[in-house]
Design a protein around this ligand. Sequence first.
Ligand SMILES: Cc1ncc(COP(=O)(O)O)c(C=O)c1O
Length: 404
Amino acid sequence: MNPNLSRLQPYPFERMAKLHAGVTPPERLGAIRLSIGEPKHPTPGFISEALIEHLHGLSLYPATRGSLQLRETIANWLGTRFALPADSLDPDRQILPVNGTREALFAIAQCLIDPANQPLILMPNPFYQIYEGAALLAGAEPGFINCTAASDYLPDFDAVSDSDWDRCQLLYVCSPGNPTGRVLDSEALQVLIERAERHDFVIVSDECYSEIYLDEAAPPPGLLQAAAAMGNEDYKRCMVFHSLSKRSNAPGLRSGFVAGDAELIEPFFLYRTYHGSAMPPPTQDASIRAWQDEAHVVENRRLYRDKFAAVTDILSPVLDLETPPASFYLWPRTPIDDQVFARQLLAKQNVIVLPGSYLSRDTENGNPGKDHIRMALVAPLDECIDAAQRIRTFTEQLDVQENT
Ligand SMILES: Cc1ncc(COP(=O)(O)O)c(C=O)c1O
């Protein structure tokens, strides 16, 4: 057995199931689940139809690189969305389709990490759990960069020592962030690119929430955009990971891509050939249609904007929370321990939220997820409003003294 398997932590939803054991929520209230970051808006019909239309593609083995039409469509989308210099992305050498970003974010560490020399993989804390599992199974040590209120819930990169940057082979960044919804600006991304050059590591930028933002006039910048703006038009040391799951409400399609530095994409292509993770042909065709359309993405953002406005209106008088610029998460502070808060909220109001400490790890400077909860505003507007009202009632009735 691979000994690194025993280093994997229980997934947050397993821990949550244990936390809920023995709780009987009130029967008169239906359950509202804000715990899972699974988009619930309907998948646009034209994407499902494109999938059906191309089912004949099932008779073919797909190529690991995917079709040229898909890669060209992605190159056009990236070029327009992030205002990249014309022709700076070669669809043959700098883009690969992936079956959702989850598998790719995991696989990239297996591909790039040299297990000699005590490799370190740095990541935000709290974080998307795959980063840590990927690091452990690649034989690297995960290193956590805290995101606290003091750093506006962005990773405090300046707190990382030079010796850790030297050991770092791969840095995961997540912007917009899960669970904090905060966005790294271009300047911050450029400082990271300079660091990557100085300390010789790769930046893996998880941008799967890049299209879920609140201000139509302020789309979050991406790593490739920041690189091009500083003259790094080969995107050296930079890889971005994008997905249709959140952008197009198609998490079951399992479709995303990785793009960036040709010298990193090429070994990843080789790795994927052996790993056997080519995208099915009908999925490729449906993905082409999805990346070509923006109208459904604009409408998707409107739905989230309405939910953020309604929910923060109800909750801000009772909880310490800020509306983030992007993502579909709220990350409020809890007046009592986050696990106790989540368990009692289920017991009293049948609303399910994720304790923040399940998404983060202890560090010498504390656990930045503690006393926070993650609320995913994925349910329809009326359900989100109902949940917010129940959380408000619960919080107002909470006896802080009794629970500390
Ligand atoms: C931060 C982050 N990255 C990546 C993913 C994976 O998404 P997918 O594999 O559907 O592209 C998720 C899913 O919830 C996520 O929250």
